[in-house]
Design a protein around this ligand. Structure first.
Ligand SMILES: O=P(O)(O)OC[C@H]1O[C@](O)(COP(=O)(O)O)[C@@H](O)[C@@H]1O
Ligand SMILES: [Mn+2]
Length: 638
C-alpha cells in the first residue's frame, strides 16, 4: 500500500499509522494541531540555573523558593502601588515559607478573615500573572490536585467584565474562609506561584560534600517538576562510591569526616562509621592535633589510590604515587620540588616494604564500607536519580552546560584522550566519559570504577580538569605544594573564539549561545567576574559552600534565562529560616543583565518548540492522509 504517497517513505507512513492510534480522527488531529500551535506562540518558560550546592540545603531551598528573585520582581510589578515595601516583604516570606510564616502570625494573633481574604486575592492575582505564559492545561496540571477545580475557576475569572462571576468568586472565597481551609488554600496557591515562576531547573553539578545535607537536596530535587543535572566531580565521587569503588569511598569519607559531616553518612544513608572510628582510636593518636579518623582514612586513601594508578599506566599519574616517599625516620617527604616536613608522623599501618597494600584490619573495614555503600537503599535511590536526570553535559536552548572542563591542548585544539587504544576528543570524549560513568553503575567493573576515581582527581577529567593534590594538602604545611595544575581549558575559556569553537563542536551555532560552568569559585573579592570571554562563558560557582564564602566574597550565583534574556544574580550568605521570618531578608544582592535577546524568545524558538513544530508537521501529514483516504479514521475510538 501507499508506497509513494506524497513521496513519503514506507517508514514514515508506518509512523503516521502509529500516530493515528493516538489521534484516531480528523477532529482529534486538528484539535491537537491547534493546541500545539498555541503553545509555540507563547513566550519561552523561565530556566533557573544553580551550581555547586555542596550540601547547603537551607540556602538551596531558599533560592529555590524565591526563584532567584523572580517572584519578588513580579510582586513589585503588580503591587508597587498598592502595597508598602514592608507588606510586600511579608507577602514574599509567606510565599517562600507558608507554614512557618502562618505559624508565626498565628502565634502573634495576626491571622483574621480580613487579612486572609486580602491575601488570597493577592495570591490569585500573582498566580494569574505568572500563568499567563502557559497554556491553561499546563497550569491546571501544575495545580495541587485537591484545589484544582477551585483555583482554575478563580484564575480564569473575567472579574471586571462580568459582575456575576465576580460575585461567584467572592462566594468561593467566603466558603474557603467558612470551612477553615484558608491555610491549605494558601499552601496550594503559594506552591502554584513557585511552580509557575520557574519552568525548568538546571543544576550544574557538585550537589555533594562540604555542607551537611546533600541528601535533603536530592530528596527535594526528586520532587521537582522539571530539571536536569550535569555531574560535578563530587557527585561523580559519590556515584563511584555507591557503585563500590574503594578509592571513591575513601575520598567520600575523607571529604565528610574532615567537615564533620558524619550525619549524612550515618543517619542519611545508614552507613556506619563505627568500625573506622574504633580502629582510628585504637591505632592513631591525638598528639599532633590531627583527628585520628582523618589520619586513618588518609592512609587507606593513598594506598587505594596508588593501587588504581598502578593498574592504569595510561592515566599518566605515576607522579601522584607519593605515599612510598614518606620517610618516618626523618619525618619528611621528598617531592620533585624539594623535601618537606610532614605534619604528622603517625602512620601505624605504613609498611615501607609494601606501602600500597591495606593492612588486614584496613582491608576488613573497607570491605564492610563497600558493602554498606552498595546496599544503602536511600543512597542507591539518589544515585539512580543522578543517572536518570544527569549527564556529563547538556545542550539546552543554545547553551552548553557542563560542570568542569573540556580537555584542551595549549594551542586550543581538543585534546585526544585514549580509551582502549582509541582516541576521543571534544564532544566524542564527553560522550564516552558519560558512557563509562553509566557502565560503572550498571556493570560495577573495575575498569569503569577506576575511571570514576580518575574523574575526581585526574588532570584530563571532564568534571574537574585539575591535578588534585590531596596528599600535599593532607601532610604538608607549605601551601606552595598545594597548587593544583589545571587543564588549558581554564585559561582558554576566557577567549571568545575558543568558546565559539567549543559551542560549534557541540552543535550550537547560534550567536546567542553560551557555555555555562560551575566548579571554580569566582573570587569576586579579587575582582573576578563570572562572565568571561565577552559573555560567551559564564561560571556560576559563587560559593553556596560556606567554607568558601570568605574567598569568594559572596554566597553564590544563579542564572535566570527567560524570554527576554539572561540575568545573573548574586546572593548574600543565607543564615537560616528564622532570620527570614524575623526580618524578611532575601538573599539576592545584585542582578545583572548578561544578555538581552534581540527579540522575545517564544517556545517555537526553543529546543522543545522545535520538537513541537515537527509534531505539528507530522499531524498535518496525518490529517492529509485521512483526507486522502490513505489512513482510515476510527470514529468509534471517540
Ligand atoms: O577545600 P577542601 O574541602 O579541602 O577541598 C579541596 C579539594 O577540593 C577540590 O577543590 C575539588 O572540589 P571543587 O570541585 O569543589 O573545587 C580539589 O581541587 C581540592 O583538592
Ligand atoms: Mn567541582
Amino acid at each position: 500500500m501507499t508506497e509513494n504517497y506524497q513521496g513519503y517513505s514506507d517508514q514514515y507512513i508506518r509512523y503516521l499509522e502509529l500516530l493515528a492510534k493516538e489521534y484516531p480522527t480528523q477532529a482529534a488531529t486538528f484539535t491537537e494541531i491547534i493546541n500545539l500551535q498555541a503553545i509555540v506562540n507563547l513566550p519561552k518558560g523561565t530556566e533557573h540555573f544553580m551550581s555547586d550546592l555542596h550540601g547547603e540545603y537551607d540556602a538551596f531551598y531558599h533560592i529555590l523558593n524565591n526563584c532567584s528573585g523572580v517572584i519578588r520582581e513580579k510582586v513589585e510589578m503588580l503591587f508597587n502601588h498598592s502595597m508598602t515595601k514592608e507588606e510586600q516583604d511579608n507577602f514574599l516570606t509567606l510565599i517562600y515559607y507558608p507554614k512557618e510564616k502562618l505559624d508565626l502570625m498565628s502565634r502573634k494573633g495576626e491571622l483574621n478573615d480580613k487579612w486572609a481574604r486580602k491575601t488570597l486575592h493577592q495570591l490569585i492575582r500573582l498566580a494569574k500573572l505568572l500563568s499567563s505564559k502557559y497554556t491553561r492545561s499546563k497550569v491546571r496540571k501544575a495545580m495541587p490536585q485537591v484545589f484544582r477545580f477551585v483555583i482554575d475557576e478563580l484564575l480564569h475569572a473575567q472579574v471586571d467584565e462580568d459582575k456575576n462571576r465576580s460575585v461567584y468568586h467572592s462566594k468561593i472565597l467566603d466558603t474557603i474562609l467558612e470551612t477553615g481551609s484558608t491555610r491549605q488554600f494558601i499552601y496550594a496557591l503559594t506552591a502554584l506561584v513557585k511552580r509557575l515562576a520557574v519552568d525548568h531547573l538546571h543544576i550544574i553539578g557538585d550537589i555533594y560534600d562540604r555542607g551537611p545535607h546533600a541528601d535533603k537536596i536530592m530528596d527535594n530535587l526528586m520532587q521537582h517538576h522539571s530539571l536536569d543535572i550535569q555531574w560535578g566531580n563530587h557527585d561523580i565521587l559519590w556515584m563511584g562510591a555507591a557503585a563500590g569503588s574503594p578509592a571513591c569511598i575513601a575520598n567520600v569519607l575523607r571529604n565528610n569526616v574532615r567537615y564533620h559531616n558524619m550525619e549524612i553518612l550515618e543517619s542519611g544513608y545508614g552507613i556506619s562509621l563505627r568500625p573506622l572510628a574504633l580502629f582510628a582510636l585504637k591505632n592513631y593518636t591525638h598528639d599532633d592535633g590531627m583527628d585520628p579518623m582523618v589520619k586513618a582514612i588518609n592512609a587507606m586513601l593513598f594506598k587505594l589510590e596508588g593501587q588504581v594508578i598502578f593498574r592504569h599506566p595510561e592515566y599518566n599519574m605515576d607522579d601522584r604515587l607519593l605515599f612510598h616517599k614518606i620517610d618516618l625516620t626523618t619525618g619528611t617527604v621528598t617531592l620533585d620540588s624539594g623535601t618537606y616536613e610532614l605534619t604528622t608522623t603517625d602512620f601505624p599501618t605504613f609498611n615501607p616494604a609494601d606501602p600500597y597494600t591495606l593492612s588486614p584490619e584496613e582491608h576488613c573495614i573497607m570491605t564492610e564500607l563497600q558493602n554498606e555503600f552498595m546496599q544503602s537503599e536511600r543512597l542507591q535511590k539518589h544515585m539512580r536519580f543522578l543517572y536518570s536526570h544527569g549527564s556529563m553535559y547538556r545542550c539546552f536552548n543554545n547553551n552548553l552546560l557542563f560542570h568542569g572542563s573540556l580537555p584542551l591542548n595549549d594551542d586550543g585544539s581538543f585534546k585526544e584522550i585514549y580509551f582502549d587504544g582509541r582516541p576521543y576528543k571534544g564532544r566524542s570524549f564527553m560522550d564516552h566519559a558519560d558512557h563509562v560513568a553509566r557502565q560503572a553503575f550498571l556493570k560495577r567493573d573495575t575498569e569503569s570504577l577506576d575511571y570514576m576515581w580518575y574523574m575526581w582527581g585526574g588532570p584530563d577529567s571532564p568534571v574537574s580538569g585539575r591535578v588534585v593534590k590531596t596528599f600535599e594538602r593532607s601532610y604538608i604545611a607549605d601551601q606552595s605544594t598545594w597548587k593544583e595544575p589545571e587543564n588549558a581549558y581554564f585559561h582558554l575559556n576566557r577567549d571568545k573564539d575558543e568558546c565559539v569553537k567549543i559551542l560549534h563542536e557541540f552543535g550550537i551555532d547560534s550567536p546567542q549561545g553560551h557555555i555555562i560552568n560551575g566548579h571554580t569559585p569566582v573570587k569576586v573579592k579579587k575582582g573576578e567576574s563570572p562572565i568571561r570571554a565577552e559573555g560567551k562563558e559564564i561560571c556560576i560557582d559563587g560559593g553556596f559552600c560556606k567554607a568558601y564564602q570568605n574567598s569568594t566574597g559572596i554566597a553564590g550565583y544563579t542564572l535566570i534565562f527567560n524570554s527576554h534574556g539572561i540575568r545573573i544574580k548574586s546572593h548574600y550568605p543565607f543564615k537560616d529560616v528564622d532570620q527570614v521570618l524575623r526580618t524578611n531578608v532575601d538573599m539576592e544582592s545584585d542582578s545583572m543583565q548578561v544578555e538581552l535577546e534581540p527579540k522575545r524568545v517564544m517556545i517555537g524558538d526553543t529546543d522543545n518548540g522545535k520538537k513541537i513544530l515537527q509534531m505539528i508537521d507530522d499531524l498535518k501529514a496525518l490529517l492529509q492522509a485521512y483526507r486522502d483516504g490513505i489512513i482510515m479514521e476510527r470514529k468509534e475510538a471517540n
